[in-house]
Design a protein around this ligand. Sequence first.
Ligand code: MF3
Ligand code: CO
Ligand code: CO
Length: 288
Amino acid sequence: MPRDSSGHLRAGRISPPRTVPAAIPRPEYVGRRGPREYEGTNVYEAGQVELIRESGRIAARAVEAVGLAIRSGVTTDQLDAIGHSYLIENDEYPSTLGYRGYPKSVCTSINEVICHGIPDDTLLEDGDIINIDITAFRNGVHGDLSKTFIVGAASQAATDLVERTREALNRGIKAVAPGREINVIGRAIESYAKRFGYGVVRDFTGHGVGEAFHSGLVIPHYDAAPDFAQPMEVGMVFTIEPMLTLGSREWDMWPDGWTVTTRDKSLTAQFEHTLVVTERGADILTLP
Ligand code: MF3
Ligand code: CO
Ligand code: CO
């Protein structure tokens, strides 16, 4: 089974590809090596924002459906099947499926996996924490979110990490306002995380999202000032998705080219929302 003698994760077996009905429109990158360079906008009209909200709502409901199935003894592949079915039953394309060669519809990141864990035959165990990250595409736009769930009962340290990562995302969202520099978001997240001595991952970031899955706009989760001084604008759509660790922010990549773990194998949690900048602050587009 895919854990080593000290309980750390190892790569498991990945099941054959799941299919998507031909009637569901695909993003342009599916069947290609990667996306075309995005030359569009990060700032959307109200009508487009509502379409992103529709994709985001279905993605959020898919995360909820997966969350209901999380328990000791299920495999991450079974969770992928649930997320995949939920999306296609709602006429949404699972944005990760075929994105730069990613083979599944959900990212399932357990314990020391920071992000982009690939669903396989790994069995969830009591005390694990697992991030479920789902992006849905319909009407030409993507909505992207993730949440971390606790399997059964976890240690106090793990439970605190999960709750404080959720709070770190909330604080990042509260820092959003038109005219403020993008770097205020990461400042809010990092200053909160530092209270607890947590590592704040730097090399994976929030991003512009909408017509493109990753538009090229980068949202750091640490205090990057004086860099990332671009002012937020009303109608700008992006994700905030902090990854906090019980140890350092250094990471390693598995040979699969996707799975990112903490180098010190410390526990790590993540929460993500897609939001639009409004006159008053932020409006979350990935609520169920
Ligand atoms: N949803 C992830 C994000 O938050 C991206 C996953 S890309 C994948 O940006 F290919 F790993 F699925
Ligand atoms: Co994202
Ligand atoms: Co995501």
